[in-house]
Design a protein around this ligand. Structure first.
Ligand code: ATP
Length: 512
């Protein structure tokens, strides 16, 4: 099945099973805004819990905060967002569609890589076992031509972005012959900068209202609380402050479901360090964060690091952790070395000293920062994409199954009485009442047992138990594994021991 179709199926599945709905659905939705349904909210909460606990529980030098969405407007002047939080946009005159100029060019660069990959695959088939990929990459005329074009484009693009040269960005789009995917034409407007922050008014107009912004990142709430936390928590460097919360960006192109939203949630951690230790901590956090992703078991081949071409206005070094979505490798998390940029700016604009006194050296300085920043919604999407499978069964049927990591699954146990009579529902309810204190259970007595298994597979429930006539006699039930579909008979009183260990966030944290 084409990857595009897979993605469409995942989006449809998210709606059908109560994971994600378009916002304001009965009013035909609102662009790039989504709601999480009864299953989605559980999965999302579990992702947040996995992140929060991996930061705050496992590190005794990381604490959390919850700052507000509205902040003093000068904060966004100081942070550079008022002047520099822009994307270069370009319109196609024929389709009237709007694009990000940088994204159009980055996609073109990726196309050269795809061409190289196709050459490699063709050669691998031709040469069979004797194929030497490294030698082929270094010598094939076609590969070298594609690579040279890619590198040349890359350099030109990097320079244009770093110089903020909008005319050159447009020229690159024209020179590369990039067409609008909708109209198929090259009838492009000029490239313009577009600020992504939403603003609103605070206070009534009679007493002079103030323009305030909806925060475009949660990080600034951490920076402006640095002194409060450091002092009241008696924190010593190095230490981190973590936060989960909503962020808002008026994205130009918002077409990929929950990948790019106008209202989304971030999980950010700012790690405050001594100047000069930046590169060591940057490397360490890159490794720590990738390990967190890998622990979910989706396979190393689905992740890669991507170093930034153009550094944001605050960054000294930046890497993305990318995940292989059905529409290619895409950023899920950013790790940034932010130097002392933000804290120094807030010192300047607020007039307050934000210094750390190092008792060992007797020196005072403005701490440097390494940031890890991940979008909850993009993480959610990556988990859905990696877990979704349409399986062809031996009996010719297809089953749709979500192989969610058990610790993230919304429902951990499906409790299914074989029939709706003879005391089986009562026993099943009794089991549910015992286990519901330990993990999320779902009771289901409607339809055939086969249909009920399929419903649990579709929402990713790792285990189901069936209460049958034998259960009444010997206190055992069948326990079915979602992935293998194998069943075993186990004692009801053992259920908590068998399952709890495998489905808790703690079990996942222990693998880190
Ligand atoms: P992109 O280049 O895709 O616009 P970014 O580099 O601007 O992303 P950051 O500012 O580094 O993103 O934000 C950190 C994280 O927040 C991203 O890795 C992503 O997971 C998430 N994020 C950013 N923008 C959005 C959005 N519009 N919708 C959903 N998640 C987002």
């Amino acid at each position: 099945m084409a990857q595009e179709d897979v993605f469409k199926k995942i989006v449809a599945h998210c709606k059908e099973y109560g994971f994600v709905f378009p916002s304001s659905d009965i009013y035909d939705g609102l662009g790039a805004v989504y709601d999480y349904g009864q299953m989605g909210v559980e999965l999302k909460n579990n992702i947040k819990q996995y992140w929060w606990q991996s930061m705050v529980l496992l590190h005794d030098n990381i604490v959390g905060i919850d700052s507000s969405i509205f902040m003093h407007p000068t904060i966004w002047k100081a942070s550079g967002h008022v002047d520099a939080f822009n994307d270069p946009l370009i319109d196609n005159r024929d389709s009237k569609k709007r694009y990000r100029a940088d994204v159009l060019i980055e996609d073109q660069i990726a196309k050269y890589d795809e061409k190289i990959q196709k050459e490699v695959e063709k050669a691998r088939k031709r040469f069979g076992d004797s194929f030497d990929e490294a030698q082929y990459l270094a010598t094939s005329k076609n590969v070298l031509e594609h690579a040279a074009k890619r590198d040349e484009l890359h350099e030109r693009y990097k320079k244009a972005m770093n110089d903020g040269n909008l005319e050159e960005l447009r020229q690159i789009i024209l020179d590369e012959g990039i067409v609008c995917p909708i109209s198929g034409t090259k009838n492009w407007t000029d490239v313009r900068q577009f600020n992504l922050m939403f603003s609103t008014e605070m206070g009534s107009t009679s007493d002079g209202s103030m323009k305030v912004y909806l925060r475009p990142e949660t990080a600034q709430g951490i920076f402006v609380n640095y002194l409060n936390v450091q002092k009241t928590g008696r924190m010593k460097l190095p230490f981190g402050i973590a936060q989960i919360g909503k962020a808002f960006r008026n994205e130009i192109v918002a077409r990929q479901f929950i990948f790019r939203m106008r209202e989304f949630e971030q999980m950010e951690m700012q790690f405050f360090i001594k100047p000069g230790t930046d590169m060591d901590w940057f490397k360490q956090w890159k490794a720590t964060r990738l390990k967190w992703h890998l622990a979910l078991g989706f396979g190393e081949q689905n992740y890669r690091y991507h170093d930034h071409e153009k550094l944001a206005h605050y960054a000294a070094a930046a890497t993305d952790i990318e995940f292989l979505m059905p529409f290619g490798f895409k950023e899920v998390e950013g790790i940034h070395s932010r130097t002392n940029w933000d804290l120094s700016q807030h010192e300047k604009y607020s007039g307050k000293s934000i210094k750390y006194f190092d008792p060992e050296s007797g020196e005072s300085f403005t701490p440097h920062v390494i940031e890890t920043s991940i979008g909850v919604d993009r993480m959610f999407l990556s988990v859905m994409c990696a877990s979704y499978e349409e399986q062809q069964l031996e009996n010719g049927e297809t089953r749709t199954v979500l192989h969610l990591p058990a610790a993230l699954a919304p429902v951990k146990l499906g409790i299914l009485p074989l029939v709706k009579k003879d005391g089986l529902p009562e026993l099943a309810r009794q089991i549910q009442n015992d286990l519901k204190f330990h993990f999320n259970c779902q009771y289901d007595e409607k339809d055939t047992i086969g249909k009920r298994y399929r419903r649990q597979d579709a929402i990713g429930t790792p285990y189901c138990i069936t209460v049958d006539y034998q259960s009444l006699e010997d206190g055992t039930v069948t326990l079915r594994n979602r992935d293998t579909m194998e069943q075993e008979r186990v004692a009801i009183k053992e259920l908590n021991n068998i399952i709890a260990d495998k489905v808790t966030i703690t079990s996942l944290l222990k693998t880190l």
